[in-house]
Design a protein around this ligand. Structure first.
Ligand SMILES: [Zn+2]
Length: 512
């Protein structure tokens, strides 16, 4: 492998700044939002009418729960019932989450410990001996009795899950109990006792004034942790009503390998695809004239909760994407005499396509037998199209054809992947969304190693590959889609009919 090109390095480094700023889905959405705002997108809300806001030629985004985001650009030639180029990815990754009551002590009160719940299917043994911290969102008291959501990221290694010394247990395979041994330590109780604890007392005093249905936040969580959260939110401890915090590795993501050919990072699955989606869309709309000839809508949707099955209000299995597409598909177009017909939504769906983008498995040199012999994706050789006969992935042949055309135009290499028949298979948001929408779907993603580890390995050059591919998809979809014919009325039949009518008439006139 030759050295990383200047251009690939630029994309890889930009991705590193995105992923380092995004330890949680809330932060990933915020990072995406900042990039979209900088690129001239306007924020809209699901709770408002879009009749007078969303215009042809405009660029918009909306969020749901602060952890899922949809962004789109409307073609200047858009009409109700036209198709859309859709691209979906996810903002969440497996993690440990602080329990509603997390205040715990170990070894007769001498250790301060924090109760955590597992979120998703993590490779939990990789969370041991890491310099961990917490991030998420806090609901805090604002002005006029409002409660507002604040992003929290504590940039210090305040938690750790230590392994047991090998001298005390020479076990061959690292086995542990997820309740009692995957249990972070936050400090020593003696150190906490020696510190003055004014905020805790304030919170207790406050709680005694009025009826409180739940124990005070400092009763449920260790006061020093709540204090750190309050400090980060810029409020007093008593103003913190609730929070959702997950643990993350404070070790920064970086380039690695002898030629910087790798990215070492948490959350490559799936912030790599989230980042590339945002940048691909932004690049496809970079010029003021980008949407002049566009008849469709270019849309990305980054969903929370993929790792736990997507069946939540802001997951891919919710009404989020269908609702947004329905509202856009019947949007009245200024200057157009055409009133949206009742079937505009269904017409739109069938002309649309979804690229379900989620990281793929690169071949692992130490476990070669785990991979199918002819489908062995390699890092830095381009995005991987995922295929599964049992529809764990939604890709089919018309989808591969279109993707290949898009990749040809962008000069981006592609790879193919299937799992072995004797292996288990992952799945994505692809099958559920293709079933909900009826839109043609392709599952793909960049190849990586150690999926769901706290520290995964990806290919540096693949960031640029995916951004270029997604940009090409958005730029060319409207022109390519009508050329790939499935469920079409055979043009041969039409020609025969056109010839048949005059022949019949001539015969009639000539008395034949
Ligand atoms: Zn994923």
């Amino acid at each position: 492998m030759s050295a990383l090109s200047q251009s690939s390095r630029k994309y890889a480094l930009d991705f590193l700044s995105f992923v380092n700023a995004s330890p949680t889905p809330f932060h990933a959405v915020e990072s995406a939002k900042q990039r979209l705002l900088k690129a001239g997108f306007s924020e809209i809300r699901e709770r408002d009418s879009w009749t007078n806001t969303v215009k042809k030629g405009g660029r918009y985004f909306l969020t749901r729960n602060g952890s899922s985001i949809i962004a789109f650009g409307v073609g200047k030639k858009w009409q109700p019932g036209n198709g859309m180029a859709l691209l979906g990815a996810h903002t969440d990754s497996p993690a440990l989450r602080i329990k509603p009551v997390s205040k715990k002590f170990g070894e007769n009160g001498s250790y301060i410990q924090v109760g955590v719940e597992t979120y998703g299917g993590g490779l939990w043994h990789t969370w041991f001996d890491r310099d961990l911290s917490i991030a998420g969102r806090a609901m805090v008291k604002g002005e006029n009795g409002n409660i507002i959501s604040k992003l929290i990221k504590i940039d210090a290694p305040i938690l750790r899950i230590p392994t047991l010394a090998i001298h005390l247990d020479r076990q061959e395979n690292f086995a542990f109990n997820k309740e009692t041994q995957l249990f972070p330590i936050a400090g020593l109780a003696t150190a906490a006792l020696n510190k003055k604890d004014g905020n805790d007392n304030t919170a207790s005093a406050d709680a005694s004034d009025e009826f409180s249905p739940l124990a005070a936040i400092t009763e449920r969580h260790h006061a020093p942790i709540v204090e750190r959260i309050a400090k980060e939110a810029g409020v007093n401890v008593k103003d913190i009503i609730d929070f959702e915090m997950i643990l993350y590795d404070t070790h920064q993501s970086c380039l690695g390998g002898m030629n910087d050919e790798f990215i070492y990072s948490g959350r490559l699955d799936n912030l790599m695809m989230s980042y590339c989606s945002v940048e691909g869309l932004i690049e496809s709309l970079a010029h003021s004239t980008s949407l002049d000839e566009e008849s469709g809508i270019r849309l990305i949707s980054l969903f929370d909760h993929e790792e736990i099955g997507s069946q939540t209000a802001q997951g891919a299995d919710s009404n989020l994407l269908p609702a947004v597409i329905r509202r856009l598909s019947i949007l009245p177009c200024e200057g157009a005499a055409k009133v949206p017909e009742g079937s505009a939504y269904e017409e739109c769906l069938i002309k649309s396509m979804l690229w379900s983008c989620d990281q793929a498995h690169a071949v692992h040199p130490n476990y070669p037998a785990k991979y199918e012999s002819s489908h062995r994706p390699e890092m830095n050789k381009g995005p991987v199209i995922k295929i599964n006969a049992n529809a764990r992935y939604a890709t089919n042949s018309p989808g591969i054809v279109l993707t290949q055309e898009v990749a040809k135009l962008a000069e981006v290499p592609l790879q193919l992947f299937v799992v072995r028949n004797d292996s288990s298979c992952g799945s994505t948001i692809g099958p559920m969304l293709s079933a909900a929408l009826g839109a043609r779907t392709v599952d793909m993603g960049n190849p990586q190693l150690s999926m769901h580890s706290i520290r995964e390995t990806g290919g540096s050059a693949d960031v640029e590959h995916a951004v270029k591919l997604f940009r090409s998809y958005f730029e060319h979809y409207s022109a390519l889609e009508p050329k790939i014919l499935v469920d079409h009325i055979d043009s041969g039949t039409v020609i025969e009919f056109v010839l048949w009518v005059p022949v019949k008439l001539i015969r009639k006139w000539s008395g034949g």
